[in-house]
Design a protein around this ligand. Sequence first.
Ligand SMILES: Cc1cc2nc3c(=O)[nH]c(=O)nc-3n(C[C@H](O)[C@H](O)[C@H](O)COP(=O)(O)O)c2cc1C
Length: 185
Amino acid sequence: MYLDSVRDVSATPARLSATLIAMHILVTASSKHGSTNEVADAIARRLEDAGHTADRIAPEDVTSVDTYDAVICGSAVYILQWMDGAHDFMDRFSAQLENKPVWAFSVGMNGVPKHAPQDPTRIGPLLTRVSAIDLHSFAGRYTPSLLSLRERSVARLAGVVEGDFRNWDEINEWTDSILKDLEQR
Ligand SMILES: Cc1cc2nc3c(=O)[nH]c(=O)nc-3n(C[C@H](O)[C@H](O)[C@H](O)COP(=O)(O)O)c2cc1C
C-alpha cells in the first residue's frame, strides 16, 4: 500500500551505494534509567547497518567533536527538562556544532495517551544555542518498580504513565530520514 512504500521501516536500512562515502557520526545521549540509552543504541546500530561508523559515547565523556561528520544528541526528559549531561554537551560544543549537521531527540511521555501534552520545542536543544536540523520527541518507558519512592511521587505528580511506549519503527524511520539527509550532502 501507499504508506508502506513511503515509510521504509524495514529491518535493515538501505546500505550505502559504492559511490557514497561512509560518515563518522557521534550518537550521544543522557539517560537515567536506560530507556533513552537503548533508543540511542538502536539509532547507532541502524547507522552502522547502513555502512557508517557510529560512536556511542556519553555526553560527559565527549572531549571533541572535530572528527565527526554529524552529531545526534538525545536526552530523557525529567520535569520538562533535558538532563544536565546532554544540555551541557550542547553548550560546551555549541561553537563547533554550528558548522555540523546536528539532530536531537527527546525521550519522554509526550505523545503517550493520558500524559499531559507538552510542547517539545520548549525543552532540550532549542533552549541552548545549538540549532538542530530536527528535534524529535519519542515516547519512553516508565517502570515504577525500578524507581525510588521520591521519583515515583514526582512521576505521579507529573502524570507519567506506566509502560514501555517506545516505538522502534518510528525510531528506525527517524534514523532513516537522517541517513537520507546525510547521503544527499
Ligand atoms: C520523576 C520523573 C519525571 C518525569 N518527567 C517527565 C516530563 O516532565 N515530561 C515527559 O515527557 N516525561 C517525563 N518523565 C518520563 C521519562 O522521560 C521517561 O520515563 C523516559 O523514558 C525516561 O528515560 P530514561 O529511562 O532514559 O531515564 C518523567 C519520569 C520520571 C520518573
